[in-house]
Design a binder for this molecule. Structure first.
Ligand SMILES: *Cc1c(COP(=O)(O)O)cnc(C)c1O
Length: 787
């Protein structure tokens, strides 16, 4: 591609859109001009790519969240244009990094589930598979987080303020979605998903809600200004904002509207395209495979029944066959309280036809169960409509041909406990698909230094599309020169992060300290509080125990708490209080530091993972379905300190127990002790534990009279809401965690032995590419193939 053309396009865009010469544009404007001219380059290939899959079976990923992050660098890398563009910009004295940083994250997701969807799209396009993403075009993504006096504050994320150069609005493909109280327009915005090497460019189609009649002149003429725009406002509310809350009841009705809105629009889109080519639905499931990312899009099951039986006049039985064959469901949680349920009255009032169909599905299920010899008194365990609740997980298992967990341990637990009854009914439907991450973003883009080094030693860059190539590097783990280079690369990533943290958080950190990083959504089961207790204990010991010493450590946290999740916000405040105490104590002499970075998000993650010395994966065993952050650390050469949970189990199986630091209760241990567990015993018995836990209530720290710290204390000793005391076994795992941390400290003393552990982790990360995951979905569930 001509360098000149990109530059000309940029100049032209600056003139026509911003009325300026390119050189006078702001960084944001330059970012937009560059992105728009990149779009001009790729659109012809995008059109071609759409055509090449026509008539072939395709897969569709329905997800309420796509946590895409930034697009520019990723797209340039996948188009193999990045260095060329950097050169062009250099010639006109523009620093690429400044332009890169001008892009707002597309934060249309909360955490792991949404980021998984984004990694999957990247892998689908790179593997040349026909995979389309369908979701919601939230006007406001995940909130922006700041800290005020250590408390989390949320601000709206107006990511579209300056427009989105990566999406194209398609008014001609808008559809109407009907609710009992009126219709709304669903307008698609398409974003190209560029496969590495650009052979295939797939589509992420996100729906925006709009009013059918934007403006009511009659009302306006009657001087009723508010009423005249009411329809517009009501309709636009649907795709207004991403729900940041995985755990509250507020605004439930709107959340249900969002789900039905994007699901109905997406299915109508598929049906319309199908009908353009075929006159029957006999081949529908041979041409479409639709993955439900958790139960958020599960209303697709009755919605497709509605379309097929009511709009298209198919018989119930025929339609049901098509539905079950077409859909597949991914389960993402073992937390019983996180299984989605909807109050019957909401469905009845908002989606009465859909509700009637769910009743029919439920009745049919009960008949089927009876026929299988399941007695009436046992039916209650399977009912989709149970009392005044609709159980979305049950409907998702019954209405699809595949139910998968996201790591082997998680799938085993689904089969053995949470979903045993369903497994016995439909054993052939259950399968595992261990999650993965795309190495294009999480290594090639975020760690070019290590990427180049890997390519140099492998003699080629095949690992970019075949990550198991890294295994060939394992044997270099005894080469001193290699390990020294590797340590230097890690150091340069640590320096870059330290600079960034100094600039953005205003905290200077010791570049030679161990960077010990825990970054993930704030949740009690993820146990950021366990790490906080450990740090505080370490601090007291450093101050009080003569002769106790450690290698300097920087504890880095990044996490957003759902705005309505009071205890999670309490944990943030508590960690910030600990940071204030430790970071300002001259006695400690900088030995340890605590940094809670603000507004953790994909673009921040790209700076954090490559700079980590230690990956913290310390969830209570059996609670983290998979985790994907754990994989990003591993790929960038950080050993895991973690529990035997989720994909940690598989990480350790690949990289070896001796190259990681596994501690704590296992699932089977918890099963044994949970009914007689008394956290008070550990609290009294384990040295140092009382001292740190008491700081929640003894006035060491202040929570500004919010009662947050007392509630955290209560959650340990009294239990709170659905919790039993110390539900997440902080007290029980504390000592074992402290010992594992001590081992980390000791292991780090031998720099080359440490580097070898890091190297072996990196070399064995091949399994955790989302290319592997997507290949398995494509072969085993979707039955789709390359163009
Ligand atoms: C990978 C990622 C996550 C998921 O992290 P876990 O540790 O698996 O929970 C969440 N948020 C962002 C921004 C990520 O990049």
């Amino acid at each position: 591609m001509g360098k000149q053309r990109i530059l000309q396009n940029m100049e032209g865009y600056a003139l026509s859109e911003f009325g300026k010469n390119l050189k006078d544009c702001t960084s944001k404007e330059k970012y937009i001009a560059l992105s728009k001219s990149t779009m001009q380059e790729l659109v012809p290939n995008w059109i071609k790519s759409n055509e090449k899959f026509e008539g072939k079976k395709q897969a569709y990923y329905l997800s309420a969240e796509f946590l895409m992050g930034r697009a520019l660098t990723n797209n340039l890398i996948n188009m193999k244009l990045k260095s060329e563009v950097e050169e062009i910009l250099e010639e006109i004295d523009v620093n690429y990094n400044v332009i890169e940083e001008a892009e707002d994250d597309a934060g249309l997701g909360n955490g792991g589930l949404g980021r998984l969807a984004a990694c999957f799209l990247d892998s689908g396009a790179t593997l040349d598979l026909p995979l389309t993403g369908y979701g919601l075009r939230y006007e406001f993504g995940i909130f922006k987080q700041t800290f005020e006096d250590g408390f989390q504050k949320e601000q709206g994320d107006n990511w579209l303020e300056h427009g989105d150069p990566w999406s194209i609005r398609r008014d001609d493909e808008a559809v109407i979605v009907s609710f009992s109280n009126g219709d709304v327009l669903a307008v698609p915005y398409d974003t190209p998903i560029i496969g590495y090497g650009q052979n295939t460019i797939n589509t992420l189609r996100l729906w925006k809600s709009e009013a059918l009649n934007n403006f009511d002149f009659e009302e306006f003429n009657n001087q009723n200004y508010h009423q005249s725009v009411k329809e517009k406002n009501d309709a636009e509310t649907i795709s207004k904002v991403l729900y940041p809350n995985d755990s509250n009841d507020e605004g439930k009705k709107l959340r249900l509207k969002q789900q039905y809105f994007f699901v109905s629009a997406s299915l109508q889109d598929l049906i319309r395209k199908h009908k353009e080519k075929y006159s029957s639905f006999d081949n529908f499931s041979e041409l479409h495979s639709i993955q439900l990312n958790d139960t958020h899009p599960a209303v697709a099951i009755p919605e497709l029944m509605r379309i097929l039986t009511i709009n298209e006049n198919l018989s119930w039985d025929k339609a049901w066959g098509i539905v079950v064959e077409s859909f597949a469901y991914t389960n993402h949680t073992l937390l019983a309280e996180a299984l989605e349920q909807w109050p019957v009255h909401l469905y009845q009032s908002l989606l009465p036809t859909i509700y009637d169909i769910i009743v029919k599905i439920d009745t049919q299920l009960k008949k089927e169960l009876n026929a299988k010899g399941i007695k009436d008194e046992e039916l209650a365990d399977y009912e989709i409509i149970s009392g005044d609740c609709i159980k979305m997980a049950w409907m998702s298992i019954y209405g699809t041909s595949s139910t998968n967990g996201v790591a082997q341990l998680h799938t085993n637990l689904l089969i053995e406990s949470e979903l045993t009854k369903w497994y016995k009914l439909f054993p052939e439907r259950f399968n595992n698909k261990t999650n993965g991450i795309t190495q294009r973003r999480w290594l090639l883009q975020s760690n070019p230094e290590l990427s180049n080094y890997i390519t140099k030693h492998l003699g080629n860059d095949d690992w970019i599309t075949n990550l198991t190539e890294l295994k060939k590097l394992e044997k270099l783990g005894d080469d001193k020169g290699v390990l020294e280079d590797f340590v230097n690369i890690k150091q340069s990533k640590k320096n870059q992060l330290a600079d960034y943290i100094e600039e953005h958080e205003g905290i200077k950190i010791d570049r030679n300290s161990i960077f010990d990083i825990q970054i993930k959504r704030l949740h009690e089961y993820k146990r950021q509080l366990l790490k906080a207790f450990y740090i505080l204990d370490l601090y007291y010991r450093l101050k009080e125990e003569p002769g106790f010493d450690i290698h300097p450590r920087t504890f880095i946290f990044g996490a957003k708490a759902a705005p309505g999740y009071f205890r999670a916000k309490g944990i943030i405040k508590y960690i910030n209080e600990i940071a204030k105490l430790i970071n300002n104590d001259k006695d400690i002499n900088g030995k340890i530091k605590v940094v809670f970075v603000e507004n953790y998000r994909v673009s921040y993650a790209e700076k954090l993972f490559p700079a980590a010395d230690v990956s913290e994966q310390i969830s209570t065993a059996g609670k983290e379905a998979s985790g994907t952050g754990n994989m990003k650390f591993m790929l960038n050469g950080a050993p895991t300190i973690g529990t035997y949970d989720g994909a940690n189990v598989e990480i350790v199986a690949e990289a070896g127990e001796k190259n990681n630091f596994i501690f704590g209760l296992r699932v089977e241990d918890i099963e044994k002790i949970k009914d007689s567990y008394n956290p008070k015993e550990e609290y009294e018995k384990v040295k140092g534990l009382k001292r740190v836990v008491d700081t929640l209530i003894d006035g060491t720290f202040t929570d500004g009279d919010t009662g947050m710290f007392a509630e955290l204390h209560d959650s340990i000793f009294k239990g709170a809401s659905w919790h039993r005391p110390d539900q997440y076994f902080l007290m029980k795992d504390f000592d074992s965690y402290r010992q594992a941390q001590q081992k980390v400290n000791e292991a780090y003393q031998d720099r080359l032995a440490w580097a070898k552990k890091c190297w072996i982790n990196m070399a064995n990360a091949g399994k955790f590419s989302s290319d592997r995951t997507i290949k398995q979905y494509a072969d085993e569930i979707w039955k789709i193939s390359k163009s």
